[in-house]
Design a protein around this ligand. Structure first.
Ligand code: UTP
Length: 468
């Protein structure tokens, strides 16, 4: 049977024939495109997901907080081990940048967003400068893998080209698009975005594992002798692209390497909307804020601290062997993590108006996989506590929490802390925030200690802007 007949029959079987309603009006090329897109879709999976996500059942009665490596513990050995991995060229940086950034409302890939406090460096430049500084520090190559999506891949590539790959060898930056999933209306129907294309969304940061395999990135890493990935999201300008302490702990956990490790920060309060590291049936898992029963969210230890306090900041160290183990033998990288459902605003083709309509309210369900679901598949996993002000200044929303403004304040606070360690007097507001806009580039200091060799001002006064 030819593709058109096979697809037409399958659509009819699953009650989805409405997506062919314009097929008879399409040019032959557009018609081929539509059928090719439809042929890729697992209609049985969509039917299943439309009736319920694949969220793992968690036994909340036996759920425990995940153990973690505490901030302030001795990290001398871990650091030495992590540095030896870097020097040996066994670490790659991996950024997931395929998201749509709808909450921020930035037209363009989120990695192109101007993120730093004074000079407004785009996120991609912030990471590129850190990678270059780390390569110099540890005399090594740190290849950079970036997952885009079919929706932003072209623009991302153009941005790197326009910026001359930020002075790095283009062969050491590997862009590859993740997969997509069709969005469906609340009654489980596929949606057209145009008469010849379905409404689709990137398949979540959990799509990274399949995409690493199917894009050839894993093979490329193996050929370069890479053994560990430093995984981070594109929207946190304070992320350390490689952290020797974290990598060292991860790679020497329980005598051998952990398969997937994670960083956490202590939750600000019970209400903070972040996933929490827990232990369920002997495995480390992240339980989403919305899934956690209220009595556990607010539960306190005997010392009055939050019992489930380990908030996820979406930073991981992942062993290549683990990625290979999950994806080998699954046929062209067909491995997939469970899909979760989210109600979102999805533009759709309006037959009456003859245009793509942008809804103001959520009108569709998107299916997305989450990378932290891979933790449950890891044989060994470690969680390390990080200092929030040092490593977490996300840019998610246009205003309020996790916005450019809040990120700028955290960046200035971190930089003020670094400078104060070297005797610089920094103006502070009554709430402790730095009362100045302070930017420090990775070329100047990759870590606070690097400021020892930098000529610093004696004082930074209220309202001052400074770039080091
Ligand atoms: P978010 O969950 O914050 O989503 O992604 P987002 O797509 O950037 O923004 P909204 O929800 O539309 O406002 C967290 C990280 O995961 C990446 C994002 O690029 C970001 O680095 N991500 C997310 C992907 O790479 N692919 C996806 O399908 C989703």
């Amino acid at each position: 049977m030819d593709t058109e007949s096979r697809v037409t029959q399958a659509l009819a079987h699953h009650g989805q024939s409405h997506v062919l309603r314009h097929a008879h009006t399409l040019t032959p090329a557009a018609r081929t495109t539509l059928f090719a897109q439809l042929a890729e879709i697992d209609l049985a999976l969509i039917a299943r997901l439309a009736h319920g996500g694949e969220d793992a059942a968690i036994d909340f009665a036996t759920l425990k907080p995940a153990p973690y490596f505490h901030l302030g513990a001795d990290t001398t050995n871990a650091r030495a081990h992590g540095e030896s991995l870097l020097r040996a060229g066994q670490v790659a940086a991996f950024t997931v940048a395929g998201g749509q950034g709808t909450r921020l409302g930035w037209k363009g890939p989120k990695g192109t967003y101007p993120s730093t406090v004074v000079t407004g460096k785009p996120l991609f430049r912030v990471f590129a400068e850190q990678i270059t500084a780390a390569e110099k520090r540890w005399s090594c190559a740190i290849p950079w893998y970036i997952m885009t999506s079919p929706l932003n891949d072209r623009d991302t590539l153009a941005f790197f080209k326009d910026n001359n790959w930020f002075g790095r060898n283009p062969a050491d930056t590997f862009l590859f698009p993740q997969g997509t999933m069709p969005s469906v209306s609340f009654d489980g129907k596929l949606m057209l975005e145009t008469p010849s294309s379905l409404a689709v969304n990137p398949d979540g940061h959990g799509g990274a594992i399949r995409a690493l395999a199917s894009s050839g990135a894993l093979e490329d890493m193996a050929a370069r002798g890479i053994r560990h990935l430093s995984y981070f999201q594109v929207d946190n300008p304070l992320n350390k692209v490689v952290d020797p302490v974290f990598l060292g702990l991860h790679a020497s956990s329980s005598g051998s390497s952990a398969e997937m490790s994670s960083k956490m920060v202590r939750k600000r309060d019970a209400e903070e909307k972040v996933g929490v590291f827990c232990e369920s049936a002997g495995k480390t898992v992240v339980v989403e804020y919305s899934d956690m029963p209220a009595h556990l969210t607010t539960a306190l230890d005997t010392d009055g601290a939050l019992r489930f306090c380990a908030g996820s900041i979406a930073i991981h160290a992942i062993s290549i062997e683990f990625m290979m183990r999950l994806t080998t033998g699954t046929g062209d990288g067909a491995f997939a993590l469970p899909f979760h459902r989210a109600k979102k605003k999805v533009p759709y083709w309006c037959d009456l108006q003859h245009l793509t309509h942008e809804p103001n309210e959520p009108n569709a369900t998107k299916f997305e996989a989450f990378v932290f679901d891979a933790l449950a598949l890891a044989r060994t996993s470690l969680v390390m506590e990080a200092a929030r002000v040092e490593e977490f200044a996300p840019i998610k929303n246009a205003s309020g929490n996790d916005s450019p403004a809040s990120s700028h304040q955290i960046q200035s606070n971190r930089n003020a802390n670094w400078l104060e360690q070297f005797g610089v007097k920094v103006a502070r507001r009554p709430n402790g925030d730095a009362d100045a806009r302070i930017e420090i580039s990775a070329e100047t200091a990759l870590e606070a200690d690097d400021l020892a060799d930098v000529s610093l001002p004696r004082e930074i006064s209220a309202g001052q802007e400074i770039v080091l």
